[in-house]
Ligand binder design. Structure first.
Ligand SMILES: O=C(O)CCC(=O)C(=O)O
Length: 287
């Protein structure tokens, strides 16, 4: 049996309460400046390598692709990213915010909003996946200062209390649901969050959030990681890359090489799955 671990980055009661009350919270100074530069450079390399073949202008891309260049599961292709994600800091913070003893990695991704990139439509993350009410938290890590003009995020306070609303098709394959006008919302005014490099914003899986368009000359460089409480089960059968890859059926506990327990911190950095998904764009089906 593992002895109880102390959190490498301990959160105050106020931070945990704020997250649970309003559905999002900012945590400054988790990574030292030099660490942020190292992580940013590793993510830059991955995005450059994975998207090198795509030379289209933003305006020539699909509506979804105009929101960001998306590269998923960098922990599987970059040792540097893997070490950051698995070092217990982010996962320990996720466990504290969710008030659970143990969390697994659900996914990580780079979301690079190009100059001229459009807004990210308001949505909830959790309804994308067949995981019911599993405790879920996402951390949004910008590598540069983010303002409204280069793609800041906005969150609807307390919207996580509404639970799962109608899913929003942010891919624009169908008309996206106007979630900000959902009758179940007590508040519907998003709060814009301009943050410095080094600040991280955490949001609950049901918190409605969106991002502004990037009207600046530079790419908005952001990396996100999503954690799910350990011990949850798959609820529905619709195709879901991490669950299908690890052959998690409906009713099975969510577990597998692709979704390792990261808090408590594993004794060694977990191995990566043999099979990878598409390197650019959304990973939805196992091919
Ligand atoms: O960065 C963005 O534009 C959107 C981010 C987002 O939707 C998320 O992190 O869940």
């Amino acid at each position: 049996m593992k002895t109880q671990q102390t959190f490498p980055h301990s959160l105050s009661d106020g931070t945990v309460r704020l997250f649970n009350d309003q559905g999002f919270v900012v945590t400054p100074d988790v990574f030292a400046r030099a660490e942020l530069l190292t992580l940013g450079a590793a993510v830059d390399d991955e995005v450059a390598r994975r998207s090198a073949h795509d030379t289209r202008e933003v305006s020539a891309k699909s509506t979804y692709e105009q929101s960001f260049v998306q590269c998923m599961r960098l922990w599987e292709t970059s040792n540097t990213v893997r070490e950051f994600i698995c070092d217990g800091r982010l996962a320990g913070m996720a466990a504290q915010l969710l008030r659970v003893p143990s969390v697994r990695l659900w996914q990580d991704q780079a979301l690079y909003k190009e100059s001229g990139g459009r807004e990210t439509d308001p949505h909830q993350d959790q309804t994308f996946w067949p995981i019911g009410d599993a405790p879920l938290v996402s951390v949004w890590i910008p590598f540069d200062a983010v303002t409204h003009s280069n793609g800041a995020m906005a969150y609807v306070p307390e919207s996580h209390r509404a639970g799962g609303l109608k899913p929003v098709d942010i891919t624009h394959t169908t008309e996206p649901y106007d979630i900000l006008n959902d009758p179940k919302l007590a508040q519907r005014t998003p709060k814009w969050m301009e943050v410095d490099a080094g600040d991280m914003i955490w949001h609950h899986g049901y918190t409605i959030h969106q991002a502004a368009a990037n009207t600046s000359a530079a790419t908005r460089r952001v990396f996100t990681v999503v954690f799910i409480a350990d011990g949850c089960t798959r609820r529905k059968s619709w195709p879901t890359f991490p669950l299908d890859r690890d052959q998690v059926g409906v009713g099975d506990q969510i577990a597998g090489v692709g979704m390792p327990v990261l808090w408590p911190k594993p004794d060694t950095v977990p191995p990566v799955p043999e099979q990878q998904g598409v390197l650019l764009g959304v990973q939805s089906r196992v091919v």
